[in-house]
Design a protein around this ligand. Sequence first.
Ligand SMILES: *Cc1c(COP(=O)(O)O)cnc(C)c1O
Length: 356
Amino acid sequence: MTTTEDARIAMLNWPGVVEAYRKYLPVPAEAEVVTLREGGTPLYFAPRLSKLKEADVYIKFEGANPTGSFKDRGMTVAITMAKHSGAKAVVCASTGNTSAASAAYAARAGLRSIVLIPSGYIALGKLAQALIYGAKVVQIKGNFDRALEIVRELGETGLVTVVNSINPYRIEGQKTGAFEVVDALGFAPSHHFIPVGNAGNITAYWKGYNEYLSDNKCSSVPKMMGFQAEGAAPIVKGEIVRFPDTVATAIRVGNPASWKGALAAASESEGTIGAVTDKEILAAYTYLAREESIFCEPASAAAVAGLMKTTVPRRSTVVCVLTGHGLKDPDTAITQIEVPGAVEATLEAITKEVGI
Ligand SMILES: *Cc1c(COP(=O)(O)O)cnc(C)c1O
C-alpha cells in the first residue's frame, strides 16, 4: 500500500469518539450515534515551550474539533442519548462553546436546541455558530451561573433535556480526551494542565486517566493542574464569586457545577487548582501564537499561563489542553495587536512600510 493510501484510510477511518471508545461509554449498541466525527485531535509537541520549561511539553489542540472546542466530545454522547430516549428538545446555559456544540449536534439529530447565554459576555464567533446552526438563542440579563440555575429549573419540568455538564453523559464523552493523550504518547504524562470554568472537563479528564489506569492502558496518572482566572476563581478562594470577571469568557464562572469533581481531581492526583491573571492569560495567548503557531481562545491559554508559573521536574512529560480555537473570539485577538492602517498601493510605499 502506498503512503497516500494509508493516509487516506486513516483519515476516513476516524469514526468520532463514541465508536472509537465505545467500550468505555454508556451508549447502548442499538442507539443511533449522533456524531460529527469529533475527537481524534492533534497532540502537538511544543518545541519552544519545552525548551523554556526543560521538559517535554505537548499541546492537545481541542480547537480542531468540528465546532472548534472540546465541548463536541461530550455533546456527541449527550445528544445521542437524548435522541435515543425520545427527547424533542435540548437546552443549555452557555458561555458560548456549549451552545455552539449543542446547536450543531441537535441540528444533526433533528432536535430543537435552546440556549441561554449571558448578554454581552459571549465571544462573537460562538454567538454566530449557535445562530447559524439554528438554535433558539436567548440572551439573558444575568451571568452564566444565573443561566444555569434557570436551565436546571427548565430540566425539572421534563419538557426538555439539559445538555450542560450536569448531564453525566457530557463528562463521559469528554473523558475520551485523556484516552487520546495516552494513546498518542503511549503512556500518561506526569502533569496535565487544564483551564477550569464550570469544572466538568478537569473532572472528565481525571475520570478518563483513571479508567485507562484500571484497564492497564497506562501505569500512572498525571497530577491534575487546573487553572481558573483570578477574577473568576471560586475554587481557589473557597467561596462563590457573585460577579466573576475575566477576559477569558469561557471560564467566567462563579459557582462551578463540578466544584467537587475539580477538588477531588486535584487532591487525589496531588495536583492543584490555581489562578492566573488576565495579564498572564493574554501573555500565554500571544506566546502560543507567536512561538508555537497555535491560535487558541483566551480561556484555553489559562492552562499554559499556569504552566508558565509552575516548576515541573526536568525532562518530565507535560500536557496542556488548549480547549478552544482562537477564531472563536476575534475581538480579543484584535485588542492584543496593532491593526495596520492602509498605505499607498505602490511598490515604494510597501517596501518602506515593511522595511526591506
Ligand atoms: C467550556 C470551556 C472551558 C471550561 O471547561 P469546564 O468544563 O467548564 O471547566 C474552558 N475553555 C473553553 C474554550 C471552553 O469552551
